[in-house]
Write a protein that binds this ligand. Structure first.
Ligand code: 6GU
Length: 227
């Protein structure tokens, strides 16, 4: 899978990309991530990418020319333009269904905003798939792009080993429930014991316990998921 990120702050990404699951996926050639600085497509002598809003108001707005040029130039490289995802609190809310949908793309181009927002004509011209990671405001789309990348990459074939496959994750599978409680050694800690059934070796009973535990937790914590 090819991922391109357009941002004013490309340096926010390498630390995150260089660790754990994602760094292994990149090293194994399963994911190819390219970072692009939108400022490289500004054509005035001060490399301006933002300006004050017409009509007044606080903050700065990302300018239409450098952003449109940057996106079009990046989409022209590579075998296909790919899906353009704009990170903004006004987008559709990210959930595991959206993640699954994106994981089917061969290429995704992420457009991260900063400041108070994008010139509206960027939306009109580029018609991006706008995504929000929740009903709160971040300082920019960069962390949101990392969230989307992290969630999508888990679903790319072979990125996770069998050891930590994504099939049993919370929100995965047809029923979209929370995952059951898990335990590892020791069997007892501060008087708290691991449920005996998990030590029984009876796989049928273990499966039933997990099913019930998953349902009970979902009912207690996220009844909205049960419909
Ligand atoms: Cl995608 N961007 C920003 N700036 N804030 C957000 C967001 C995105 N999703 C939730 N809040």
């Amino acid at each position: 899978m090819r991922l391109d990120v357009l941002t004013l702050f490309p340096d926010m990404f390498p630390g995150y990309l260089g660790q754990s699951v994602l760094s292994r996926a990149i090293q194994r050639g399963l994911v190819d991530v390219r970072l692009h600085n939108i400022r490289d497509w500004s054509d005035d002598k001060h490399n301006t990418v933002d300006d004050r809003p017409f009509g007044g108001g606080p903050g700065m707005i990302l300018k239409v020319e450098p952003v449109v040029k940057a996106v079009e130039a990046v989409q022209k490289t590579g075998a296909e333009p790919g899906r353009l995802v704009m990170l903004t609190p006004q987008g559709r809310r990210l959930n595991q269904s959206v993640v699954e949908e994106l994981s089917g793309c061969k290429r995704i181009v992420f457009l991260c905003g900063r400041y108070e927002g994008f010139d509206e004509r960027i939306r009109t011209i580029l018609e991006p798939d706008e995504i929000s990671i929740g009903d709160f405001v971040l300082n920019g789309g960069e962390v949101a792009a990392m969230v989307v990348i992290d969630a999508v990459i888990r679903l790319v074939p072979d990125v996770l080993g069998d050891e930590d496959s994504s099939g049993a994750d919370s929100f995965s599978g047809p029923d979209r429930r929370l995952e059951f409680a898990q335990y590892t050694r020791p069997r007892e800690y501060r008087g708290l014991e691991v449920p005996g059934v998990l030590l029984s070796g009876n796989h049928e009973e273990i499966a039933r316990w997990r099913e019930e535990n998953s349902e009970a937790r979902t009912r207690a914590r996220r009844p909205d998921l049960l419909g």
